[in-house]
Design a binder for this molecule. Structure first.
Ligand code: PMP
Length: 354
């Protein structure tokens, strides 16, 4: 830290992103990326747009916002687009939280929420997950704080029903509920149909997972026009050009090819069921994941040991040090071939160790 670093950030612990190794080719199942490339139309649109990189992009991203509005059945004024859903989430902390409006979220959830809270000087409460790793909705409903709910939750993959989300929205119409649906396309129910009914609902989604565009950094928020206006005030006060031309063009092309996205999601869900069944045969217990990852524990194998052994053998998965989940590993669902390699290596390790 330099002697110039602002006091207000001196205790900030940044988010630790999953490894993006450059040293060798891994079977990479650690950061919930899609194993499938973006569709050809996306690649072609990105290439064409690169020809006009000389020019600033459209700060309103009108064409992209209109395309999202028609896919999600809302008006363009109800959509904001950002540099990954991480940026939308940060803007939500900036817009809807302060000393008088603290944040609340589960103790085991997306690790960035506590970082965004700290970055923005927002007090926050972490509500412990129940013993079965489900979210303690009653506790969150009882609070008045701005709620951040990953649905499905990460890294458990467990989803709340739409009725549960609606109960949370109703529990206090005077606080914002942010539903982070980064993984919703892999089998959970989206809260987007509720945005016209509840003006305290912000749904956040991303092109990173189901649309195979993690590298493009494109996320969006859907809510009432008033909530979206707040987020755009923050956007225009930081970086109006937060979506570059290539990403905007790629995003539009992806939205014109929703059948490709749906088919990829179907394949991921199929591979998830295949891998969970195989892991359970090997003695693992897995949560009921509705996401593009599996959260698994083995009664006789230490979580960190398994992660390190797999890494040595060229397979990367994600291990978290947090005490309550240190025995678990999060495994991104990849192609069938990747999952077969992963399972073969796991079998190898079990045979050598047990
Ligand atoms: N929310 C959750 C729950 C996530 O796991 C992630 C991915 N790390 C994000 C949001 C952010 O995704 P992105 O910024 O790539 O849209």
């Amino acid at each position: 830290m330099s002697r110039f670093f602002s006091e207000k950030y001196k205790d900030l612990t940044p988010y630790t992103p999953g490894e993006q190794p450059q040293d060798m080719q891994y079977v990479k199942l650690n950061t919930n990326e899609s194993p499938f490339p973006p569709c050809e139309a996306v690649i072609a649109a990105a290439a064409v747009s690169a020809e006009s990189l000389r020019l600033y992009p459209d700060p309103d991203c009108k064409a992209l916002v209109n395309a999202l509005a028609s896919v999600y059945g809302v008006s363009p004024a109800q959509i904001t687009v950002n540099n990954g859903s991480d940026e939308t989430l940060n803007f939500a902390f900036m817009a809807y939280c302060d000393a008088d409006h603290p944040a609340i979220f589960p103790d085991i959830t997306y690790g960035f929420y506590s970082v965004f809270a700290a970055l923005n000087g927002v007090p926050y409460e972490e509500v412990p997950l129940k013993a079965d790793f489900s979210i303690d909705l009653e506790a969150i409903m009882a609070s008045r704080a701005t709620a951040f709910i990953a649905n499905p939750n990460a890294p458990t993959g467990i989803a709340l029903s739409l009725a549960e989300i609606e109960a949370l929205l109703r529990s206090n119409p005077n606080r914002v509920v942010v539903v982070d649906e980064a993984y919703v396309d892999f089998g959970a129910e989206s809260a987007v149909p509720l945005v016209n009914k509840y003006d305290n609902l912000l749904v956040v989604q991303t092109f990173s997972k189901s649309r195979s565009m993690a590298g493009a950094r494109l996320g969006f928020g859907i809510g009432s026009a008033a909530l979206i206006k707040d987020l755009n005030t923050i956007k225009y006060s930081t970086n109006p050009y937060n979506i570059n031309r290539v990403t905007a063009a790629a995003g539009r092309a992806a939205l014109e090819n929703e059948a490709y996205t749906r088919e990829n999601c179907r394949r991921i869900m199929e591979n998830r069921a295949f891998t969970v069944a195989a892991l359970e045969k090997l003695g693992f217990a897995c949560t009921d994941s509705k996401a593009n990852f599996i959260f698994a524990v083995h009664p006789k194998i230490d979580g960190k040991f398994l992660y390190l052994e797999l890494k040595k053998r060229g397979v990367l998965i994600r291990h978290f040090e947090k005490a309550r989940i240190a025995d678990y590993n999060r495994i991104t669902v990849g192609s069938r071939e990747q999952m077969e390699i992963f399972l073969a290596k796991v079998k190898e390790i079990l045979e050598e160790t047990l």
